[in-house]
Design a protein around this ligand. Structure first.
Ligand code: ZN
Length: 479
């Protein structure tokens, strides 16, 4: 399956608007009474399966952003929003797609994708939050199952084929695409208008509950409308699935007026992430020129200076980058993004002792930070200190039990330190997290064969895990 195909699938899934982790059904939030109807068409298990299948393919075929600071930023923002609805932390998976079109989409199982273009177009964090709140609402309100219940005849064959296509990959997917004709997409779009309204309404509640300015939704709609006029042929993808009308903007404004004007949200992290994405998007030369220009004026912000430092490092001008970063740290000694950059510059220049020390300090000051763990563990691995990396990662997987990446890194560290058995167990966890139970069980079988015969505790716990995964696999087969 190629990348265009995956993109196409994404756009269809975005159209299908989306869906539900099982946990989301219990919430103090005012969910409408959905009755059993919504589950007849798509059980929570099927939704989870579809989401996992989609995410598994997305990790391979989509250009996902791996930068730990950007990932952590999106995670924190997403968690802040879902927790404001009384939903458990990490019950959704947010991921950033390297794509400069303005779009966000929610897929079954609570997977929410955000294009880098959306972050680059938004003027502040609250505007990003307004889109995420909208997407989260599609999930909590179970829009897909409800849509299917109401439109069974038209949609079901398409969706079933699509589901199979995504889960199986390969040719089935192409069949799915052939079947999902443009005409049926159009019908689906019309059908979802009322859900769009509901998602907007709840999206604003999410903004208010999590302390963001409720006017941001209307602001962002307007911004997209303007962007649309600017780039006629390259309209924000979000507009395709979320047509913005004057009515819609007026409604968003009217709803916002019902909430007291909230204190302005701290936008520091957003502006820094925005600068980082801008640098990622440009050549080192252009980025340096652009940010140097910005820092010349008297109103240069920390983000402008951070952008310049990143650009200089990108261009290999380490001494200048080091100087800029030192200035940043002087101005904002607590900003961890600056300390990370400082360590990265030393690492890029091969100053091993110094970079390791800096990354260790960052980790020691916040052992629960995803980016601090990732950078430190990566640096350790790069410097072949696998035994320390293993220690860090064993703790990390307890802290982030859903992190596929940490299990993969742990698997490598275990292997490098000679614990083949533990290496296979870690890999099994990574496979299980993406719903590939067959490979997970294979890994566990290898692990069990490597475990000491008289280590009853390990033998028993591997056996129990195999049993659990097989049961899950069986359950999903019966859907
Ligand atoms: Zn929507």
């Amino acid at each position: 399956m190629n990348r265009e195909l995956i993109k196409y699938l994404c756009s269809i899934l975005a159209l299908l608007l989306v869906v539900i982790p099982a946990q989301s059904q219990t919430s103090d939030f005012n969910l409408p009474d959905l009755g059993d109807e919504s589950h007849q068409v798509m059980s929570p298990l099927e939704q989870k399966q579809l989401g996992e299948g989609f995410y598994r393919q997305a990790r391979v075929y989509m250009d996902l952003v791996n930068d730990p600071t950007l990932k952590e930023y999106l995670d924190n923002l997403g968690n802040r929003l879902i927790e404001s609805l009384g939903l458990p932390k990490d019950s959704f998976t947010f991921f950033l797609v390297n794509d400069n079109t303005v779009n966000a989409f929610a897929v079954p199982g609570g997977y929410i994708g955000v294009h880098t273009g959306l972050l680059l177009t938004a003027a502040n964090e609250a505007e990003v939050a307004s889109v995420l709140g909208h997407e989260i609402a599609h999930v909590t309100q179970q829009h897909i199952p409800r849509m299917l219940s109401a439109q069974k005849q038209n949609m079901l064959p398409n969706l079933a084929t699509l589901l199979a296509g995504i889960l199986l990959g390969g040719q089935a997917t192409e069949a799915a695409i052939a079947i999902t004709s443009a005409r049926s997409i159009e019908n689906q779009l019309t059908f979802t208008r009322s859900f769009e309204r509901e998602a907007d309404r709840i999206g604003i509640t999410v903004l208010a509950n999590s302390g963001y300015d409720t006017n941001s939704m209307a602001d962002f709609f307007l911004r997209m409308q303007q962007a649309n006029t600017l780039y006629e042929t390259n309209a924000p993808q979000f507009l395709l699935t979320h047509p913005i009308t004057t009515d819609r903007i007026a409604e968003a404004k009217a709803r916002a007026a019902n909430y007291p004007h909230t204190a302005k949200n701290d936008n520091t992290q957003f502006t820094l992430m925005h600068a980082k994405l801008s640098v990622n998007n440009l050549t080192a030369k252009n980025a340096t020129a652009q940010f140097r220009k910005k820092t010349l004026g008297s109103n240069a912000t920390l983000a402008d200076r951070y952008g310049l430092a990143l650009a200089l490092m990108k261009g290999g001008d380490y001494d200048a980058a080091r100087n800029e970063t030192a200035l940043l740290i002087e101005k904002a000694p607590d900003q961890v993004l600056f300390k990370i950059l400082q360590a990265q510059i030393e690492s890029a220049q091969g100053n091993k002792k110094k970079s390791l020390e800096l990354f260790r300090n960052i980790y020691e000051s916040d052992k629960s930070s995803l980016s601090a763990i990732t950078y430190y563990a990566e640096e350790l691995a790069q410097q072949s200190d696998y035994s320390e990396a293993r220690k860090v990662l064993r703790k990390a997987v307890r802290k982030f039990p859903k992190s596929i990446q940490f299990y993969e890194m742990l698997s490598q560290a275990e292997s490098k330190t000679g614990s083949q058995m533990e290496s296979h167990r870690a890999l099994a966890e990574a496979y299980a997290l993406i719903g590939n139970y067959k490979s997970a069980v294979q890994q566990l079988n290898i692990a069990r064969s490597l475990a000491k015969k008289d280590d009853f505790y390990v033998q028993a716990s591997i056996t129990a895990k195999i049993k659990e995964l097989k049961a899950r696999e069986e359950l999903e087969k019966q859907k």
